[in-house]
Design a protein around this ligand. Structure first.
Ligand SMILES: [Zn+2]
Length: 249
């Protein structure tokens, strides 16, 4: 049970801010049933970081496309899951003007599915695939890939190979400038479900902390920036915690 006063104080910070930005990591999606790739049973632990990096990279995609897709289909084609209560509450908070944007390193599309309009993804979106032919611009959703009769999916328009819209090793992260500016210009930053150890987001948040503006962390377990937080809320159920805060708004 969290101290009601701390939850109320968090709500007060939200009410006092004109520009609140939320940063989310894997922790918010595990409650929806998405595995944490870097968690205890995640593929980074079970297969080893090196093997994941050797398969989930741009060269492997270009040169060993079939191997890439066999691996990708096994580990990264997530079953369709619904947004968790935490995702839905964040969508409601955006609708009511309590938060302005979400910056996420999650690729599961759950913030968008919950109804958030301003979602800045830095590692891409696993629910979308794009044609690799320059100038084609065809984009399909993951169901097209799930239903495609062959391992390597091809563009419905030009038959060239499709690539998942996720950032592979060897590729730059997406929306770098937008994500940095959004975080650094915010008046209040709320980090949810991230231990703040994965770059670049951890770096952006670290830079924000240097500004000494208000900073809230909602996470299960310690994070790399607990010492800099105005409020740290320890929770096993982000949805419950957010709901309590929401009730004070
Ligand atoms: Zn095409």
């Amino acid at each position: 049970m969290q101290d009601e006063q701390i939850l109320q104080k968090t709500a007060d910070l939200l009410k006092g801010s004109q520009n609140t930005v939320v940063v989310t990591g894997a922790g918010i999606s595990t409650e929806a049933g998405i595995p944490d790739f870097r968690g205890e049973k995640g593929i980074y632990r079970t297969l080893g970081e090196e093997r994941v990096m050797s398969l989930l990279n741009l060269d492997a995609f270009k040169e060993k496309t079939k191997d890439f897709y066999e691996f990708y289909r096994n580990y990264f084609m997530m079953p369709k899951v619904k947004p968790s209560r935490a995702h839905r509450l964040l969508a409601e908070m955006e609708l009511k003007g309590h938060i302005r944007a979400i910056v996420t390193q999650n690729i599961d599309n759950l913030h968008q599915a919950a109804g958030n309009k301003r979602v800045i993804t830095v590692h891409g979106n696993a629910e979308q695939f794009s044609c690799t032919k320059i100038g084609c611009y065809t984009r399909v959703d993951a169901d097209y890939i799930r239903n495609y009769p062959e391992v390597v999916p091809r563009c419905p328009v030009c038959k060239n190979i499709l690539k998942p819209d996720v950032v592979l090793f060897g590729e730059p992260i997406q929306n770098y400038r937008l994500a940095t500016d959004t975080i650094l210009n915010s008046q209040l930053l709320v980090v949810i479900g991230s231990s703040l150890t994965v770059y670049p987001l951890a770096g952006f948040v670290g830079e924000y902390c240097g500004s000494r503006k208000n900073f809230v962390i909602i996470n299960k377990g310690p994070t790399a920036l607990d010492h800099a937080a105005t409020i740290k809320l320890e929770t096993n159920h982000t949805g419950d915690t957010l709901e309590k805060i929401f009730n004070y708004l």
